[in-house]
Design a protein around this ligand. Structure first.
Ligand code: 5GP
Ligand code: MN
Length: 341
């Protein structure tokens, strides 16, 4: 990863001038959002900064074991005032694993109100927005954790990676690559993994903590969604599934229980694109995945006010489930007519 020296030195200068640092990551925080934020926070604390990690809403229960995660503040969970105070007092605001402030939901206005703090972006999503003092935007990187790895190495050298930091970064790397199965897997990434490995991280335990730590309700919900809710279009090459709040209650749903469901239709050989619609308070969360040249980032931007990566993107719908599904079917038809799926 080629990080311009000038940006590293700019970041170093911003750090030197800032004691209070706030690290923010996106709504529905995932392993990459949390792992990359926590690793960065840990290193900056050892360098004398006062660092707080803040996320807009609750993280999935099966990631609770990540070292230091309990110190992360969740804005929507009775911590509103404290989060807002930390952001208001921060001298440096680092946004990790997101390309637009809008992905901070209610927190974006709080950030906008702090006009004196410097802002740094560390991310791997396409089309990052303007307005940052320094940007580390690498859409070709497989995870933000990998960007943070390179950045920390450039700033402080490999000695900075302790076993704890390596565990946090490794979680980000595996969760965004499907345990090293998706695209953007480079020799450089595996060299980084080798360095993390040298700290003595326990890879099988991390794997089990991330992938084999769900509830029984989640397993039964998964069976239900695939068996009863998965529908296909375009001769079985496009899939979609939906989940209503009533169905979630029936399976004792906890935040994060539907994580990864959207990938499953792509285990079918001829499947090219998959969507999952999940009812949330006041809107429907749209998750999209695709294979190869099918670009769901463009699809999400065009039809669901969203974005993300070429093969993994998301957005929102503010209509009913039925209307959302009708809109999806019509959008797939249009996309298909243009030869895009
Ligand atoms: P997921 O389906 O796992 O929620 O999200 C997949 C990818 O799409 C992630 O990289 C995520 O950051 C991005 N994404 C999800 N929802 C949105 C959204 O509403 N807006 C944008 N710009 N990106 C999103
Ligand atoms: Mn990510």
């Amino acid at each position: 990863m080629n990080i311009p020296t000038q940006n590293i030195e700019l970041f170093r200068a911003l750090l030197n001038g800032s004691k209070r640092v706030a690290i923010l990551s996106h709504t529905n925080p995932d392993g990459d959002a949390l792992g990359s934020s926590l690793a960065l926070a840990e290193v900056l604390r050892t360098k004398g900064h006062t660092v707080n990690c803040i996320v807009p809403n609750r993280y999935p229960y099966y990631l609770k074991w990540i070292p230091d995660l309990e110190q992360t503040l969740v804005h929507s969970l009775d911590e509103e005032h404290r989060c807002e105070q930390i952001i208001a007092e921060a001298e440096l605001i680092i946004c990790a694993d997101m390309s637009a402030l809008s992905r901070l939901e209610g927190l974006s206005a709080v950030i906008a109100a702090n006009t004196s703090a410097k802002r740094v972006l560390i991310d791997h999503h396409l089309s990052p927005e303007e307005g940052f003092d320094v940007m580390f935007s690498f859409p070709e990187a497989s995870s933000t954790a990998f960007v943070v790895y390179n950045l920390l190495e450039a700033l402080y050298g490999k000695e900075v990676f302790t076993q704890k930091i390596a565990t946090q970064l490794y979680v980000g790397m595996i969760t965004d690559t499907g345990n090293f199965a998706f695209s953007a897997l480079t020799p450089e990434l595996f060299r980084a993994v080798a360095t993390l490995c040298e700290t003595g991280i326990d890879i099988p335990t991390i794997y089990n903590n991330v992938y084999n730590s769900f509830t029984e309700g989640r397993a039964r919900l998964f069976g239900y969604v695939i068996n009863r809710k998965m529908k296909t279009l375009n001769k079985g090459t496009v899939a979609y599934m939906s989940l209503t709040e009533e169905e979630m209650r029936r399976f004792w749903f906890q935040q994060g229980d539907n994580e990864g469901f959207v990938n499953y239709p792509l285990t079918i050989k001829k499947m090219r694109m998959s969507a999952m619609f999940t009812e949330q308070h006041g809107f429907i969360r749209v998750s999209l995945r695709s294979r190869g040249e099918v670009d769901v980032n463009t699809f999400a931007r065009r039809y669901f006010n969203g974005g993300g990566h070429k093969n993994a993107a998301g957005g929102k719908s503010f209509t009913s489930m039925d209307e959302t599904i009708r809109h999806y079917i019509a959008s797939v038809e249009e996309y298909h007519a243009e030869g895009l799926v």
